[in-house]
Design a protein around this ligand. Structure first.
Ligand code: ADP
Ligand code: MG
Length: 363
């Protein structure tokens, strides 16, 4: 069941200095009920703008948005439902908590606006505080609390109205790494308990991977790919997505007479089968942990350098005019200069110039 639908949603901003910027270009999205869906991409790619349009804080330049089967924004018909009537819970990075209000007032605020009766407010605030591990903290002021607890206040305020959809815009980015990780689990636990749909915005790949059922990767106002974390990691549609979701090595290759050669070495073919629709010059993308470094099969080369990292050993091996990065468990030990063989366990093929090559250069 699709709960959040975006059709051809576009947002343009016009400023004196930059002229017209397309922040969000023709977004089409279907988010299912109960799903945890992330918007992932570098700063400025349009994540917050998209979220603000879903929340109703931002007008659309084109397109339409439907929530729970109801249209909430349709540009063509000038249809627009204000934020307070959209039934959403929100935690934004920018306005976390109000320092001059105690926790009770911070959390009760959305209910007070709705003129919910006093007794009911007391009861629901107590429940929300319980679910965010802030029991009996009603009278405390946010300044007396840690960053993690403050973010829990924001979460409590978001769940107190019992929303069907929760919008979280980089809610963890002000927290230290350890706390970020534990808060991920708390958000997932809340979601399981209440069953709401989550849109989670982040520029942090591992955070998005850990929390999402599906995610959208975007760049410069364009959707690059929508899929599950494992499909995005294993089958990225272009080099931008490949590079954004994990360590990447892009090996430039030349195809000749049914063989694949590393650029700069037309003598020794690589152990790779040519895919369909290949052009003469291609890019083979792989990851340092998806290469088999061994002593008897594959492409013959030698160890150019070796670095001992915390969890792996990292090698560079020459391949044509490039150096291929390989990470292996420490037990697979080669010395500097030693002869070795390289086989590929998983690769993706991309054209030499793909739609994301420009973006990649800009990074
Ligand atoms: P993200 O959240 O992915 O970092 P944003 O959605 O905040 O990106 O911004 C996307 C683009 O839209 C950026 O180029 C940003 O400068 C521009 N933008 C966002 N809000 C405004 C605004 N109110 N006026 C002008 N430009 C804006
Ligand atoms: Mg943002």
């Amino acid at each position: 069941e699709d709960q959040i639908i975006l059709k051809h949603v576009t947002k343009r901003f016009t400023t004196k200095t930059l002229g017209t910027v397309t922040a969000v270009n023709d977004f089409n999205l279907n988010i299912h009920e109960g799903e945890c869906f992330s918007f992932l991409g570098p700063s400025g790619c349009g994540k917050t703008t998209t979220l603000r349009m879903i929340a109703g804080f931002e007008d659309l330049s084109e397109g339409e948005i439907h929530l729970c089967g109801q249209p909430v924004s349709i540009k063509e018909k000038n249809l627009y439902v204000p934020p307070e009537k959209r039934g959403l819970g929100m935690v934004f990075q920018a306005f976390a908590v109000w320092p001059h209000m105690n926790i009770f007032d911070n959390v009760a605020f959305p209910l007070q606006i709705k003129k919910v009766p006093h007794d009911e407010i007391r009861k629901r605030v107590k429940e929300a505080l319980h679910h965010t591990s802030l029991d009996n903290m009603e009278d405390v002021y946010p300044s007396d609390l840690s960053g993690g607890q403050q973010q829990r206040i924001a979460l409590a305020r978001a769940i107190v109205t019992n929303p069907k959809v929760m919008l979280l815009d980089e809610p963890l980015s002000n927290l230290d790494p350890k706390l970020r990780e534990s808060m991920r689990f708390e958000i997932k636990a809340l979601q399981r308990k209440f069953g709401f749909t989550v849109i989670f915005v982040t520029h942090d790949q591992s955070e998005a991977m850990a929390i999402s059922d599906r995610m959208m990767v975007c760049d410069m106002g364009n959707i690059m790919q929508i899929d599950t974390p494992s499909n995005l990691y294993n089958k990225p549609v272009n080099r931008f997505v490949h590079n954004f979701l994990g360590q990447s090595t892009f090996l430039h290759v030349v195809l000749n007479h049914g063989q694949v050669y590393a650029r700069g070495d037309m003598q020794n073919p690589l152990p790779l089968a040519i895919p369909e629709h290949a052009e003469r010059e291609m890019v083979v993308a792989t990851r340092p942990n998806a290469i088999d470094l061994n002593r008897d099969h594959g492409f013959k080369t030698h160890i150019y350098s070796r670095v001992f990292l915390t969890d792996t050993t990292e090698y560079l091996v020459p391949m044509g005019d490039q150096l291929l990065k390989i990470q292996t468990p420490h037990r697979i030990a080669f010395g500097k200069g030693e002869e070795c063989y390289v086989d590929f366990t998983h690769v993706m093929w991309y054209p030499e110039e793909d739609e994301s090559a420009e973006a990649e250069r800009a990074k």
